[in-house]
Design a protein. Structure first.
Length: 99
């Protein structure tokens, strides 16, 4: 395993609140892209937003901090997350289809 691979982590996030219809996915997309993370963000049918992001742990912590704030029109009521093993299957950050 290379040093770069060892530094990679994967963060799975679920955000609850007024997070759909307020530009939340584009906010996450912009943040993740700026941080050079890979993965995806999508709306869930229950009204939450789900995010999987992979990259250096310090940049994932930055993303998590930004997600907790959200865009101006959002109202975040809860953020749950788990650290997972990176799988290397992403090569960019995408807006994924709703689930």
């Amino acid at each position: 395993m290379t040093q770069q691979q060892e530094l990679q982590s994967r963060l799975h996030i679920w955000v609850t609140g007024r997070v759909q219809g307020v530009g939340f996915r584009m906010f996450v997309y912009g943040s993740a892209s700026r941080l050079n993370l890979v993965g995806w963000v999508r709306n869930r049918y229950n009204g939450d937003v789900e995010i999987i992001a992979q990259g250096p742990r310090d940049k994932l912590f930055t993303l998590l901090s930004e997600v907790r704030l959200g865009p101006p029109a959002s109202i975040i009521t809860d953020v749950k997350y788990v650290w997972e093993e990176p799988d290397g299957k992403f090569n960019r950050f995408d807006l994924a289809a709703s689930l």
